[in-house]
Design a protein around this ligand. Structure first.
Ligand SMILES: NC(=O)c1ccc[n+]([C@@H]2O[C@H](COP(=O)([O-])OP(=O)(O)OC[C@H]3O[C@@H](n4cnc5c(N)ncnc54)[C@H](O)[C@@H]3O)[C@@H](O)[C@H]2O)c1
Ligand SMILES: O=c1ccn([C@@H]2O[C@H](COP(=O)(O)OP(=O)(O)O[C@H]3OC[C@@H](O)[C@H](O)[C@H]3O)[C@@H](O)[C@H]2O)c(=O)[nH]1
Length: 346
């Protein structure tokens, strides 16, 4: 509610959230929690769905346009009475009745988000507006999967949530990083203006089984290259760093954030930091010691360093990652060999 005070200052007060569905408070009918996962056919989304489906009190609805995701990732749930899959593009409104929304829909790999940048920014802006509109109408809690890319090419290291970032507004990555920044703004504006219950996770690089093989991200590229005996393509200069979180740790963090009392933004990532050359050496050692490492050109605006400060996640969510990179990488190998049709070397 906006009010003008005697000294002319404009103040904004937070409204109470819209009432959740009457089903939540029904006396006799023990209703399930109805959870929408947008982008649920993708890499992180499908692992999140697996975890949510373990709880028999959850009904899970996935809305996905299959741009980078696949029905294959959800095949074990298709036909299950507590599961529903909708082909839907979040840039269009969605009218359904739900209690929680995990809003993941957005291409995440740089080659995919740069492929159609106008569509990427529409997905981030119009898609998030549509999901906030849905949350407002039905009184649902909504969690946005934002990204470490909101810090741009960070000048503060490691990155705490209080850092505002160093982002190029007109670069080739802007459709994604500026798009996610606007999505965060929309989340907070709906929270302040309409009382919507929001949660924002700033996800750092995540890896694991089911990553799209042709996704172009560094971990999936290196694992696929090592299995195919192709050179590992380290993009110049190779000293740039990233921090890699295994997907089960990520899903655990997202659920804790949704169930907890803090809006965020909260960094969710693994603080172990590696240069891309170190990552290539590790994949070589663990998957294929004979493979070559080859330096190739990089793309514009590649962040030079990235590592999450996870103090807030530890204190507010009681969360920290459990799986180290050296333990997580081999967990992807079987899935990649199976999908690539390449058996383990004898
Ligand atoms: N994986 C990471 O390292 C990482 C890091 C930071 C943030 N994130 C965020 O997490 C979320 C999931 O990432 P991911 O790695 O699983 O990526 P992904 O590409 O595997 O999954 C994204 C899913 O969204 C769907 N999608 C894309 N545009 C859509 C649209 N307009 N309407 C409906 N569905 C649409 C895709 O088909 C896909 O199933 C994204 O929001 C991403 O920005 C991921
Ligand atoms: O084959 C490759 C691919 C990538 N790289 C390098 O590996 C690093 C990581 O690149 P990726 O494409 O995996 O991912 P980025 O860290 O650039 O972006 C990611 O950040 C967080 C998320 O929001 C997204 O999942 C994605 O945008 C970059 O420095 C890139 O230059 C290689 O050295 N070789």
């Amino acid at each position: 509610m906006a009010t003008d005070t005697a000294n002319g200052e404009h103040q904004t007060t937070t409204k109470p959230p819209p009432l959740p569905s009457p089903l939540r408070f029904s006396k006799f009918f023990q209703s399930n929690m109805r959870i929408l996962v947008t982008g649920g056919a993708g890499f992180i989304g499908s692992h999140l769905v697996d975890k949510l489906m373990e709880n028999e009190k959850n009904e899970v609805i996935v809305a996905d346009n299959y741009f980078t995701g696949s029905k294959d990732n959800l095949k074990k749930w298709i036909g299950h009475p507590r599961f529903e899959l909708i082909r839907h593009d979040v840039t269009e409104p969605l009218l359904i009745e739900v209690d929680q929304i995990y809003h993941l829909a957005c291409p995440a790999s740089p080659i995919f988000y740069k492929y159609n940048p106008v569509k990427t920014i529409k997905t981030n802006v119009i898609g998030t507006l549509n999901m906030l509109g849905l949350a407002k109408r039905v009184g649902a809690r909504i969690l946005l999967t934002s990204t470490s890319e909101v810090y741009g090419d960070p000048l503060v290291h490691p990155q705490p949530e209080s850092y505002w970032g160093n982002v190029n507004p007109i670069g080739v990555r802007s459709c994604y990083d500026e798009g996610k920044r606007v999505a965060e703004t929309l989340m907070f504006d709906y929270h302040r203006q309409h009382g919507i219950e929001i949660r924002i996770a700033r996800i750092f690089n995540t890896y694991g089984p089911r990553m799209n093989i042709d996704d172009g991200r560094v971990v999936s590229n290196f694992i696929a290259q090592a299995i195919r005996d192709e050179p590992l393509t380290v993009q110049h200069p190779g000293t740039q760093t990233r921090s890699f979180c295994y997907v089960s740790d990520m899903v655990d963090g997202l659920i804790r954030l949704m169930e907890g009392e803090n809006t965020g933004p909260i960094n969710i990532g693994n603080p172990g930091e590696f240069t891309m050359l170190e990552l290539a050496e590790t994949v070589k050692e663990l998957i294929n010691p004979e493979v070559e490492i080859k330096m190739v050109d990089n793309t514009p605006d590649d962040p030079r360093q990235r590592k999450p400060d996870i103090t807030k996640a530890k204190e507010l969510l009681g969360w920290e990652p459990k799986i180290k990179l050296r333990d997580g990488l081999p967990l992807m190998e079987d899935d990649f060999r199976h999908r690539l049709g390449v058996a383990t070397k004898k």
